[in-house]
Design a protein around this ligand. Structure first.
Ligand code: SF4
Length: 251
């Protein structure tokens, strides 16, 4: 007889049960590594995200890699809605590196003064535009190493640009993704990099391209920081997060 296969839901239940009764480790022993979800559960989570929204999109308005890059740089500690308001004004006057440099730091500052850290961000937008002109012919380079050398661009920003503008299956971990990765146990980690690498290791290839957007939108609108909306969560029956706000799984 062929071996019986464990359904994703049963695997999640088994996983949660195992977590409820951990073997008591002696006090001096180091804590065990955080438990991860069984592959069948991970697959089922992404199958559902895909079925509901096959082509998820980010919410930062842009028309090309440059306007995307600037929008992402501006989005640190700011909402996408706030950034979009600012970039609509800014891009009406300057939507290329050359036009941005011609506009100048002071005018950029005026356009973006409604968002956090606007002084430093205006400085970075001008500096990165100058660098793009001087070193990349005014184009955004499709390379992580080159992107991370630009002023104001870190790993997360580079990952967003590589994913959205160049179609690479990168996963940018922001505050939402960090929370969802840990709560769902998809990729538990203490730092964004740990969560990013954890997700890269577990997300099935077929779902890698859009994993970033599914998880960020899930964290922003459903698995919210203060009160996750578990009753309307698509993956509630698969998620092992203990203080769920519902007891009834989603069918
Ligand atoms: S069940 Fe609740 S905690 Fe788990 S992913 Fe859904 S919203 Fe987040």
């Amino acid at each position: 007889m062929p071996p019986r296969q464990t359904s994703p839901r049963a695997a999640a239940r088994k996983s949660a049960t195992a977590r409820k009764a951990p073997a008591k480790a002696p006090a001096h022993r180091k804590a065990a590594a955080p438990e991860r979800l069984p592959p069948a559960v991970v697959e089922e989570m992404f199958r559902r995200f895909h079925a509901r929204d096959p082509e998820p999109r980010g919410e930062l308005e842009h028309v090309d890699p440059y306007t995307l890059l600037v929008a992402v740089v501006l989005s640190a500690q700011a909402t996408d809605v706030g950034v979009n308001k600012a970039t609509r004004r800014l891009y009406a006057e300057a939507a290329t590196p050359e036009a941005m440099v011609a506009l100048g730091e002071e005018r950029v500052r005026e356009h973006i003064r409604t968002i956090g850290l606007y002084r430093a961000k205006a400085k970075n937008v001008i500096a990165l535009s100058e660098r793009l002109i001087a070193e990349h012919g005014g184009a955004v380079p499709p390379s992580r190493a080159a992107l991370e050398l630009l002023p104001g661009v870190g790993r997360k920003t580079a990952n967003v640009v590589l994913n959205v503008a160049f179609g690479e299956p990168t996963i940018a971990v922001d505050t939402h993704l960090f929370r969802v990765g840990n709560r769902t146990r998809l990729a538990p980690g203490r730092t964004p990099l740990e969560v990013e690498l954890g997700l890269e290791a577990v997300v099935p290839d077929a779902y890698r391209r859009h994993a970033h957007h599914w998880l960020i939108l899930h964290g922003r609108y459903v698995c919210k920081a203060r009160k996750p909306d578990c009753p309307s969560c698509l993956i509630a029956d698969l998620c092992p997060f203990e203080p769920k706000t519902t007891a009834s799984p989603v069918a």
